[in-house]
Design a protein around this ligand. Structure first.
Ligand code: WTA
Length: 649
């Protein structure tokens, strides 16, 4: 924790929607006084309702909270149609390909593309309201068209990150019982084509029987295999579709999309989001946190496979009528100046990325930003993991020329949008702190019983009142929803939402996120459950036992450290390679471990429980604080230490 404070740039404050901490507290206090009244004001102002809601918040079936009861709307209308009159010729999506190809899509063109896509889904594939559609897509405009087309006709999309393996894709298809998969032949990365369609083929060979058809967008025109009667080419079918398509009238609480994310136990869970509450907060946070203005060009570098890509590349910016940049490539290709070159070329005003990317760009090109004109930048954002002071300062001083606000936004797949973040024109910033909850968000650090911890002591980061964009349930598993989020902490005797993160207050009431307190590892801002990693490895016939641990990593934030116990008769020449191959095929390359160590056994209590804390201490090279004498086999600790030491040689 640091006490260095950076005050907002007065020029930014003057133009900002929320101009001072006084204004912030006024808003937050008004929400505390009249919670429903607070949300009603914004719901009335921001949403184009097709039929009015009868009640703001229904808490009768907690924790299955409902918002804007009986209200009718369409999210695609909110993001596209309603802008046509005022912003028809404004660029909605500014696409830059890996190889520098540029495509500017106006709101009018977006409307036509989305309508044609929606007609295609209805007419050729029989997709109806409530059907699930899986998207396994690269970062191309058609991915956004597909999402909005689903929203338009009331289909529920589930975007699966393109880095996930066939096995992971199959699991997600099966859990959602998806009827259609939309994919691409592949796309370009670092100047070369890569493939996606073969992964879909493999997934559907392994299972995914609910899938009737596969729609393939051509991007790199590499050769692909087409299964007759199952696979269709988008580029052929879309040509003769009408650019008119009436949207479905949706209820506030109809599901909008599913997005699978990792938890501390079991398989990834399908986080279910709603229509009205989600889009309202997506739009409001674009206005408050990014202070988006009509002329701005906003760029978020996330992938649409993650929640950040959903809320802050597609839904939020478009609901706010903004120009959103979509980038196919990586910011370090062809060199570490690519991102800054793009900022200069497109006169980008808000730039939003992850601390891992900042660390990589810093390391690879400390002075690169100075070669470009970055004077268009006003607000810089970070998300996904805590940002360290070194990365923060470089971002602030070199990228932001000491003039930009840095919004360190804390939130999750489950929260739908930002929860804790500085406001660019109001909040005095302490580097590394996400500062304060946004107006209307009752984020608090408490213990299990709702008591506030002392300054500097870690507690549970909870949200003690329901909020509009919150997760509605885990797809098909209400019980797991309650268990995962509403069974750890209570306030005033009532279960409250627990995030899985630990955090603390400093003496000025600033919030400092300390990281996950559950068994979730955050690698480069990507969530992976230790249970999920362990289950994948355990399936292998050579392996008797496995434990996965997160350890600090200078670039990635955390990296994966795996202990394996081989079966008695087994000899494996290269354990690391073997286990990483399993992880790549069961989950995807993002799940590969940096350290994999074969050990003779795991430290267990007499009742057979694995003492993960001991394993964590050894992996991190920290002193073991637990009493090891009560272990079933106390000697194993020294043996494990030796294996780890040998492996590091
Ligand atoms: C972590 C990403 C510190 C946190 C939007 C959370 C952060 C998890 C921050 C959610 C931040 C996200 N500072 N940690 N600003 N933002 N996290 O669901 O551990 O992919 O629980 O959503 O990322 O990851 P998810």
């Amino acid at each position: 924790m640091t006490n260095e404070v950076y005050y907002p740039n007065p020029k930014l404050s003057k133009e900002a929607r929320i101009k001072s901490m006084d204004e912030y507290w006024q808003l937050q206090n008004s929400a505390k006084k009249d919670y429903e009244g607070f949300w009603k004001k914004y719901a009335d102002e921001k949403i184009e309702w097709l039929a009015p809601y009868s009640k703001v918040l229904d808490e009768s079936n907690a924790p299955f909270y409902k918002w804007f009861i009986d209200g009718k709307l369409n999210v695609c209308n909110q993001c596209v149609d309603r802008h046509l009159e005022k912003r028809g010729d404004k660029v909605a999506i500014l696409f830059e390909g890996d190889r520098g190809d540029i495509r500017k899509i106006t709101y009018k063109e977006l409307s036509q593309e989305v309508n044609r896509f929606a007609n295609l889904l209805k007419e050729d594939f029989g997709i109806k309201k409530g059907d699930r559609v899986v998207l396994y897509m690269p970062m191309i405009p058609e991915a956004a068209f597909a999402m909005l087309a689903c929203a338009r006709i009331g289909a529920i999309h589930s975007v699966v990150f393109g880095g996930f393996s066939a096995e992971a894709l199959k699991d997600r298809i099966e859990d959602a019982k998806a009827k259609l998969v939309i994919t691409a032949d592949g796309a370009y990365r670092k100047g070369k084509p890569y493939m996606l369609k073969p992964v879909v083929d493999e997934a559907l060979e392994q299972g995914g029987d609910s899938v009737e058809k596969v729609l393939v967008v051509k991007r790199n025109n590499e050769e692909i295999n087409l299964v007759e009667g199952r696979d269709y080419i988008y580029n052929d079918l879309i040509k003769d579709k009408s650019t008119e398509c009436e949207f479905e009238v949706m209820d506030s609480e109809d599901p909008l999309f599913l997005l699978y994310t990792s938890g501390s136990t079991g398989k990834p869970k399908g986080v279910q989001h709603s229509q009205a509450g989600y889009i309202l907060w997506a739009q409001m946070t674009m206005e408050w946190v990014f202070d988006i203005k009509e002329e701005d060009v906003y760029w978020c570098t996330a992938d649409i496979g993650w929640i950040t890509g959903h809320t802050y590349i597609v839904y939020g910016p478009l609901a706010a009528g903004a120009t959103t940049v979509m980038f196919e490539g990586v910011p370090t290709y062809p060199d570490a100046g690519r991102a800054w070159k793009m900022v200069e070329a497109h006169k980008i005003t808000q730039f939003y990325t992850a601390p891992t990317a900042i660390r990589v760009l810093h390391k690879m090109g400390e002075d690169e930003p100075k070669k470009y004109d970055l004077s268009s930048l006003k607000i810089l954002g970070t998300v996904g993991e805590p940002i360290d002071p070194i990365a923060w300062k470089w971002y602030y001083e070199v990228v932001g020329r000491g003039e930009c606000a840095i919004v360190d936004t804390w939130w999750q797949t489950e929260t739908g949008g930002h929860m804790i973040s500085p406001l660019p024109g109001a909040t005095p910033i302490k580097p590394g702190s996400a500062t304060f909850p946004l107006p209307g968000i009752m984020a608090e650090i408490i213990d299990e019983n709702g008591n506030k911890p002392k300054v500097g002591e870690t507690g549970l980061l909870c949200i003690t009142k329901p909020w509009p964009s919150m997760i509605r349930t885990i797809w098909g598993d209400d019980e797991r929803f309650i268990k995962s989020y509403f069974s750890t902490a209570k306030k005033d005797g009532k279960p409250v939402y627990f995030s899985g993160d630990g955090a603390m207050y400093d003496e000025d009431g600033y919030i400092w996120i300390t990281g996950r307190v559950d068994d979730v590892i955050n690698v480069s801002g990507h969530r992976l459950g230790t249970a999920e990693i362990e289950a994948a490895v355990k399936e292998d016939s050579h392996i008797a036992e496995v434990a996965a641990i997160g350890v600090p990593h200078p670039i990635k934030g955390e990296s994966i450290f795996i202990y394996v116990v081989l079966k008695d008769e087994v000899e494996l020449e290269n354990v690391k390679e073997h286990v990483n191959e399993i992880l790549a095929s069961e989950i995807g390359n993002i799940a590969k471990a940096d350290d994999i160590v074969a050990v003779p056994g795991l430290p267990k209590t007499r009742s057979g429980k694995v003492m993960r804390r001991i394993l964590r201490s050894i992996a991190r090279g920290e002193e073991i604080k637990q009493d090891v004498s009560t272990l079933e086999d106390p000697g194993v600790v020294e043996e494990i230490k030796k294996c780890v030491k040998d492996a590091k040689k």
